[in-house]
Design a protein around this ligand. Sequence first.
Ligand SMILES: [Zn+2]
Length: 444
Amino acid sequence: MFEPEIETRPWAEQREQDDALYREQIRYLFAKSRFFRDKLTAAGFTTPEAVGGLDDISALPLTEKDELRRSRSEADPIGTHLAAPMEEVVRIFSTSGTTGIPSYIPLTAGDLDNWVRTSCRSYAASGVSPGQRIVTTYNAGPFVAGAALDAFPRLGLCHIPVGTGNTERLLAAIKLLKPQALACTPSYALHLAEIGRDRGLDLRGSSIERIMVAGEPGGGEPAMRTKLQEAWNARVTEAMGIGDISVSLWGECEHQQGMHFSGRGFVHFELIDPETGAPVPVADGAKGELVLTHLRHRGAPLLRFRTRDHAVIWTEPCACGRTSPRVRCIGRTDDMLIVRGVNVFPSAVREVVNRFAPAVSGVISIRPSAKGVKQAPPLKVVVELAEGAAPSDDLRERIERDMRATLVVSTAVQLVPAGTLPRSEYKSKLLDFSEATSDANGDA
Ligand SMILES: [Zn+2]
């Protein structure tokens, strides 16, 4: 454990400390953040006292990424949520953004240090120990992942970065430098396993004991995890962060029961109903969208930021001794489809398909018939068969039946030979709109 005293603190005690930090953060926002002073005032909260403490947080308005984007101008390139003087900002990360103009994420020295500590807690949870070597496949560049990579030397690990899309360099590093840990996306870990099989490499006999996956859901899906662990003879744990708030905010421990919250004392999390915005009580098994609030951030702190990540949460004690709740990400709102009123996450479709391993390869492609979110049933799902597996109507029907039973959605499964669908060295694209013919939302 990276910070045992903090990580085993009773959660109720944490909440008390966080409440005090939150009140201080709200005072800071009123004093320094034009964006939140205006937003809170417009919502009828004219003083920090009117905002109150964490118990009252759900009365405050939510913050959307688009609002932050709209507050940018030539005079305010970062946005009016910038709260620290630029002289105190030591790093500015950016996100790629869909509009072509990057979103900037400014950090003070203290912010950066808190991010690295958060990442250290998350990565230490996976079981890596000082003196070990970790090979990573992330292209940090301008992205927040850079701060997560700063965690490795602080944990006493030897970091071997090989970057994205460098399979030969990665395989050489594994063979020659014998790292004990590998960090990559679950899609890439799966892709590497296939390459290893095709080339007759003994990945099971390699030095890799742990695979830390991040960047997309998948590592926590039981069938996917089993497949990766068997291919590599290694333990697979997940981590997850969100650029605007913190990198590696959640990290799974060796008990593999979901990702522990690692941002305690720095960030407060809530769950909401994504449709209505209503709070969902944090209780064992609760599901909702994660909403995050900085507690001691200086650069550009955010209040009730909507992550668009849908998660299930567990609050029962974990055998590792960490007292923070655990989550598993079910999917992103941005990828969600609505099929005749039912919310469908692509990663959940893949999870059902993966139950049919070893008959399937684990790679799927969902082909919506209409542009946009709403779809008329059946939803077309292209499922790749495993190497050497033959297509059968029986398998197709069993997958469709399981999909209906589990996700309450009608699908049309099309089985294709192994190797038909594209592989990814980064994140998998589970949705393919190339067959979407209409803008109409049909009768969905
Ligand atoms: Zn644990």
